[in-house]
Design a protein around this ligand. Structure first.
Ligand SMILES: NC(=O)c1ccc[n+]([C@@H]2O[C@H](COP(=O)([O-])OP(=O)(O)OC[C@H]3O[C@@H](n4cnc5c(N)ncnc54)[C@H](OP(=O)(O)O)[C@@H]3O)[C@@H](O)[C@H]2O)c1
Length: 260
């Protein structure tokens, strides 16, 4: 059974997620990365002394699980191109349906709900995995895989995962773009962005114990019209003005005065 022998893994893809997964799997004595595939072998060259690297699907080795950590749009096509069947094949995407994997495989999802950049360290205890499989034994294997790298995991279906992915775009990508705008605005007036970093940390820390609703502060919630007007005047870009207005409207709608 999976639990008493080493889990053999083949990773496909060599981007942010694949690289972090390789490093995490490689550290575990319960897992063995048998091979690492990418269509372009160059990205794997620096790992050639640590693992068998390959750029030819026909040469893929036997494994307990094949993890497709490739761009969302490539998942379906790559799963179809795999030259075997009845093997456990999992993708790592937040938005791709489990049924987009070719049905000749035992289909699964191993989605890490985190943001990965190749050169930024990741502690896998802070990486919750959303796991999904069409067969019960495969789900157990996915759980063991997450356990082996110290990550929490939860059984989540495709619809729930796609919703989580959408929420993640708001709390991560959009928030990060707002940091970027803050950076641009402060740069214009030669103010160092670093002074905003404790505020960024406190904002993220506060929602660990208080709901986002209760954590909100600022001119939009207070309806400080004069301050809002001043901010809009200070903004030079029309796009930034539109974003400011839209978010102010959203905050005011959320914190609208209760009708008596
Ligand atoms: N980055 C994150 O924070 C994050 C978090 C959770 C989940 N995910 C998911 O994990 C997956 C990988 O994301 P990533 O950020 O690691 O992507 P990435 O850094 O952009 O890497 C994409 C990988 O996919 C390969 N690829 C692209 N098109 C291909 C094709 N047609 N056939 C075969 N391989 C192809 C690329 O190969 P080349 O090197 O040859 O271009 C590369 O190895 C995606 O499904 C993504 O949604 C990402």
């Amino acid at each position: 059974m999976y639990f008493c022998s080493m889990i053999k893994i083949v990773i496909l893809g060599a981007g942010n997620v694949a690289t972090h997964l390789f490093k995490a799997f490689n550290k575990s004595d319960k897992l063995s990365v048998n091979q690492w595939y990418n269509r372009n072998i160059k990205s794997l060259q620096s790992f050639k002394n640590e693992v068998d690297i390959c750029d030819d699907l026909a040469l893929l080795k036997a494994a307990d699980i094949y993890i497709l950590a490739v761009s969302d749009d490539a998942v379906q096509e790559l799963s179809q191109a795999l030259p075997f069947e009845n093997k456990l094949v999992a993708h790592t995407s937040g938005s791709v349906n489990i049924h987009d994997l070719d049905k000749k495989h035992r289909r699964a999802v191993f989605y890490p709900l985190q943001t990965f950049s190749k050169n930024v360290e990741m502690d896998f205890k802070n990486v919750p995995f959303c796991i999904e499989a069409l067969e019960k034994n495969d789900l157990s294997l996915l759980k063991t895989l997450a356990d082996s790298i110290g990550s929490p995991s939860q059984k989540i279906n495709t619809e729930q995962r796609q919703t989580l992915h959408l929420a993640a775009v708001f709390v991560n990508n959009f928030t990060n773009q707002l940091y970027r705008i803050g950076h641009e605005i402060s740069d214009v007036k030669n103010v160092n962005f670093d002074i905003l970093k404790p505020l960024i940390l406190e904002t993220a820390k506060k929602v660990q114990t208080v709901s986002p609703f209760n954590a909100q502060t600022g001119p939009a919630k207070r309806r400080d019209k004069k301050t809002i007007k001043k901010h809009l005047k200070l903004l030079e870009s029309d796009l930034h003005k539109d974003i400011y207005k839209l978010l102010t409207e959203s905050i005011q709608k959320t914190h609208g005065r209760k009708k008596l």
